[in-house]
Design a protein. Structure first.
Length: 200
């Protein structure tokens, strides 16, 4: 049985490389502005030191970023319980949701352990795989949202059979299902549509 770790993000404030470096650069820039506006506008040794410090911080940031290309991002939270898929229910952190009580299921599963994140600034570039989410909209009108970890990119294929059943019961939209299973090209989508047309 395939199951996924439930991830709960910490509410505590966490410093990271980018935040530290940008905070220091901003602080130096503000000091420079204060000096120019309230003291002397002439550039001297003080301004040169500030400029060199800012440049030094940027160089440090590039070095840290280069080192971070092979490192996994820090996990600013904890794992608590599991996400498990069954034919007639879903269990999330020991809470059972019967499929008949669910109006719709939405899953975002684009993150996985070790995925390269090109958009990080000075932090580690490899994902910890916890930026995935399942959203259950219940018949009661209540919504339940949880983050979960994926270790491999195509881990959701391991619960494909259960997802097909949810689709057949009208709990997952067709295009939501293709997104979850990473079926992207028009040809693949049409073939997939024909494959599961008998489920409904």
């Amino acid at each position: 049985m395939q199951r996924f770790n439930i991830y709960k993000k910490s509410k505590k404030f966490h410093w990271c490389n980018s935040l530290i470096i940008f905070t220091l650069i901003l602080s130096l820039y503000i000091i420079s502005l204060i000096k120019q506006n309230f003291f002397t506008q002439e550039k001297g040794l003080f301004d040169e030191i500030i400029s060199k410090l800012i440049l030094g911080l940027l160089i440090i940031g590039i070095i840290v970023k280069t080192i971070g290309l092979t490192k996994i991002k820090a996990l600013n939270g904890e794992f608590s319980g599991f996400l498990e898929f069954y034919e007639d229910h879903i269990i999330i952190d020991q809470e059972k949701f019967k499929i008949d009580e669910i109006k719709s299921i939405e899953i975002s599963n684009d993150d996985y352990y070790g995925k390269l994140d090109r958009y990080t600034s000075f932090d580690s570039s490899l994902s910890n795989g916890v930026n995935n989410q399942i959203l259950l909209r219940l018949n009661s009108g209540q919504g339940k949202s949880f983050n979960f970890e994926m270790y491999n990119e195509y881990d959701m294929e391991k619960v494909q059979e259960e997802l097909f059943l949810y689709y057949s019961k009208g709990k997952i939209d067709f295009f939501e299902l293709t997104k979850i299973l990473k079926i992207k090209s028009k040809t693949e989508i049409e073939e997939f549509r024909n494959q599961i047309s008998l489920l409904k």
